[in-house]
Design a protein around this ligand. Structure first.
Ligand SMILES: Cc1cc2nc3c(=O)[nH]c(=O)nc-3n(C[C@H](O)[C@H](O)[C@H](O)COP(=O)(O)O)c2cc1C
Length: 192
């Protein structure tokens, strides 16, 4: 089951139509309140138990993760009625080889949002797409997209526990897996 959960996560990262492609990831707000948002699952590395998303370095969640790196991911595949709740610890990479590699793997269409002139979440006087005028209606060229690199961050999260829940009319099934300090996983059934 654990291996199958990881292979579902891997598929979720590569298949845009998979239910796991746009999960919710929650961090702990600077005021201590939960802070959850939808993200795109960009990459899954089962060997190192990592789940990745990309974000704008100027956004509030980056400061939240610097203060407390614990996150909780929620994935739901409606077709298979399968929920995974994944506890993990985040590391934000704005520079260095890992961030450079993630940037290199990003298409110009994905890079466009990093060309936003203002920080995400900044108050504005009127509704605004927060994009340069010239790029409102089109994808940047690779050359144009490069200016967004400075705002780009890879958030690599290392999984510590997975709560697996399958809904079924004949009875729901739930299991919990934890990764010990030695890197080994243990698991048990639990009541749904
Ligand atoms: C379908 C969808 C995908 C999104 N993907 C991302 C993403 O990959 N990274 C990201 O930072 N924000 C993404 N967002 C926007 C976030 O949900 C959120 O609004 C934004 O990051 C601001 O969050 P913050 O104020 O907590 O930093 C996505 C939103 C939607 C609706």
């Amino acid at each position: 089951m654990l291996a199958s959960a990881w292979s579902d996560l891997v598929r979720g990262a590569v298949d845009r139509r998979h239910g796991f492609h746009v999960p919710v990831v929650a961090s702990i707000g600077l005021d201590g309140a939960p802070s959850a948002r939808t993200v795109v699952l960009r990459r899954v590395l089962p060997e190192s138990c990592e789940l990745h998303f990309h974000t704008d370095l100027r956004g509030p969640k980056v400061a939240e993760l610097a203060r407390d790196p614990r996150v909780s991911w929620t994935f739901y595949d409606a077709g298979r009625k399968l929920q995974l709740r994944v506890a993990a610890v985040a590391e934000v990479h704005a520079t260095g080889a890992r961030a450079d590699e993630a940037w290199a793997r990003s298409a110009p269409s994905s890079r466009r949002c990093y060309l936003a002139p203002a920080a995400p979440g900044a108050q504005c006087d009127a509704v605004s797409p927060n994009l340069p005028e010239a790029l409102r209606m089109r994808v940047p060229t690779v050359e144009e997209s490069l200016a967004g690199r400075v705002n780009f961050a890879l958030v690599a999260t290392r999984v510590t526990a997975i709560d697996w829940l399958h809904l079924a009319s004949e009875g729901h099934e739930r299991a919990r897996f934890e990764r010990g300090a030695d890197g080994l996983w243990s698991g048990c059934w639990c009541e749904p």
